[in-house]
Design a protein around this ligand. Structure first.
Ligand code: UDP
Length: 240
């Protein structure tokens, strides 16, 4: 049962539960996919029905952002906690160490996934990284073949929203991978190309502000955050 927030159903789980569910999904025959919408993405889903469907069809939907958690609170459908995509992936890879399970890193600019693999290997020595591929391609057939011969238990799909969500949903049945997770800029973070906000900012729920200061050009995209919150407050007041 999911908590519906502005048209999207979220799994009410903390990071520990989310990673345990992902591990369990790895035992299934077919591929599953996980999405991690933030308020910006919820707003996109509100405007684009196709995206909303793909997001709701995911096997797990995690609230990546304080905006979603606030929205849930306002609507009186509280979610246990924010589960940032990056943190989810790290915790999952940590748990996958020494289990024989492998991860494939797909996305970001050429070289970034390789650098991320290098850093992750150092941080999680017991992790098997079965391959990498950048996220700039015309034809994805060779990439699908590459992934299928690697047979990863976890496939990080970092192509940005909504490309990664559509890609996972479209290719789910062609892929010999167990769990896919659409994680936006996470490979940039793992590679050290993009820095995450310091822990204090994260704790205060101000990661978005830090990101805005670092990348002011995101202001246009981020303007959907207040729009989303107003919409949620309106929904609460009018009951619609
Ligand atoms: N990206 C990609 N292929 C594309 C477009 C984007 O691999 O065709 C990558 C981009 O290099 C970056 C990530 O997707 O690593 C998107 O990062 P962003 O922080 O913008 O993620 P979002 O906020 O969209 O989830």
């Amino acid at each position: 049962l999911r908590n519906e927030i502005y048209g999207v159903g979220f799994d009410n789980v903390d990071i520990n539960e989310a990673t345990d569910i992902a591990l369990a999904l790895m035992d299934r025959e077919h591929a599953s996919y996980v999405v991690t919408p933030n308020a910006e993405i919820l707003w996109m889903c509100h405007k684009e029905e196709k995206l909303r469907k793909v997001v709701n069809d995911a096997d797990m939907v995690l609230p990546d952002g304080i905006g979603v958690v606030y929205g849930a609170k306002i609507l009186k459908r509280p979610l246990k906690s924010k589960v940032a995509g990056c943190d989810f992936a790290e915790k999952l890879m940590d748990k996958m160490q020494n289990t024989g399970k492998s991860v494939f890193l797909f996305g970001a600019k050429p070289g970034v996934a390789d650098k991320a693999a290098e850093n992750l290997k150092e941080k999680y020595p017991g992790l098997i990284i079965s391959g990498t591929n950048d996220g700039y391609f015309k034809d994805d057939k060779p990439i699908i073949e590459k992934i299928n011969s690697a047979k990863p238990d976890l496939l990080l799909v970092c192509l940005g929203v909504p490309k990664q969500e559509f890609w996972m949903s479209e290719n789910k049945d062609k892929l010999n991978a167990k769990v896919m997770a659409g994680l936006g800029g996470s490979l940039d973070v793992f590679a050290g190309v993009v820095e995450r906000a310091p822990a204090v900012w994260q704790k205060l729920g101000l990661e978005w502000l830090y990101r805005l200061i670092k990348e002011p050009k995101r202001i246009k995209r981020m303007s959907s955050l207040p729009l989303f919150l107003f919409a949620v407050i309106w929904q609460r007041i009018t009951g619609k």
